[in-house]
Design a protein around this ligand. Structure first.
Ligand SMILES: O=C(O)CCC(=O)C(=O)O
Ligand SMILES: [Fe+2]
Length: 325
């Protein structure tokens, strides 16, 4: 009867994360890793310790050029935001699943990013079904996709936490060693489409602010600026304070290719089902389709006709292997 009953045992994950890396609890230095060689475990440990880190060489120059080709016409079509959150010099492109396959496969689809998200955003819930204890696994899903083009003269964005979206309640943690998987609702990934410097408005972030209570306001004096070469990325827990900085240059565009991943049990910020046509989602592998949100979060979230929503993506003659989830 259930299309989504868990078939495999839940992954064996400790409630608390082990001590990691150079463990100096006072240091606020942000780690920088080469994405081509670092392990997902080291990135995960670094996020738990500091709330964010830099990953070098995430997207190749060739792929950046392909993404640029897909997005530039949309950047040119966008008009200034009427509210305060983005400065008027900012142009944005959303709905990247439809607009750029290479963006979707290389940025939210990046294996390292996916593995880190799997570790920190997968939830496992146990519930009695009569006398049988059933475990349900819910895997992360794409939360949003936004390209930011931020022009010269743009003022800074206020420091904020993106997890306000989910009304996330956070108690203070005395140390990152007390961090428990499940505290964060989402993880952000900001890839530089062009060189990003403090002068042209690099994302600034407060290291270790993911350990602060929800009630604690940000403090600009503690900010670290994520300066990136094209193709490098900044990865960050959604509970960490951050914001785009002022673009003080007269002629440099800051181009950021961003996405967030969220837990499978939470509502996606960008409505993937209305932002992107079914036809555009059909182009992707089953793995990417599931990441976009075409999967059931076990036990019963997200079905269509009590079936896996990927039934809607099948081409003529294709059958869905229900053992895929
Ligand atoms: O512009 C940036 O670097 C960050 C943007 C951001 O944090 C947001 O729009 O929520
Ligand atoms: Fe943000």
């Amino acid at each position: 009867m259930s299309p989504s009953r868990t078939k495999t045992p839940p992954p064996d994950r400790p409630a608390k994360f082990p001590k990691n890396l150079a463990d100096d609890s006072k240091a606020t230095k942000v780690d920088s890793f080469d994405a081509r060689t670092v392990s997902a475990a080291d990135v995960t440990s670094s996020l738990i310790k500091n709330g964010g880190c830099v990953l070098r060489n995430v997207v190749s120059v060739t792929d950046l050029a392909l993404i640029e080709k897909d997005i530039r016409p949309w950047i040119e079509k966008d008009r200034p935001w009427a509210g305060d959150f983005f400065p008027p010099e900012t142009r944005r492109v959303m709905g990247l699943v439809e607009k750029s396959q290479v963006f979707t496969e290389r940025i939210p689809g990046n294996q390292l990013f996916r593995e880190v998200c799997d570790t920190l955003l997968t939830s496992v819930h146990e519930s009695w079904l009569g006398q049988k204890l059933e475990a349900s696994v819910s895997r992360p899903q794409l939360n949003n996709t936004i390209v930011f083009s931020i022009g010269p003269g743009a003022r800074r964005q206020e420091l904020h936490r993106d997890d306000m979206n989910w009304h996330n309640e956070l108690p203070t943690l005395a140390s990152h060693e007390d961090y428990e998987v499940g505290r964060d609702a989402a993880i952000g990934f900001f890839v530089a489409g062009k060189k990003t410097t403090k002068a042209n408005g690099a994302t600034r972030f407060i290291p270790r602010s993911h350990l602060w209570a929800k009630t604690q306001p940000p403090n600009e004096d503690l900010a670290f600026y994520a300066e990136l070469e094209p193709g490098d990325a900044f990865i960050m827990l959604a509970s960490a304070y951050h914001g785009g900085s002022a673009n003080t240059t007269t002629n440099e565009e800051r181009l950021i290719l961003s996405c967030f991943m969220t837990k499978g049990v939470l509502r996606q910020e960008e409505n993937q089902y209305l932002a992107n046509s079914l036809e555009s989602v059909k182009r992707y592998s089953p793995d990417i389709q599931k990441m976009i949100g075409y999967q059931v979060s076990n036990p019963f979230l997200g079905w269509v006709n009590l079936e896996d929503p990927r039934q809607l993506l099948l081409q003529e003659g294709q059958e869905l292997r229900t053992d895929l989830y």
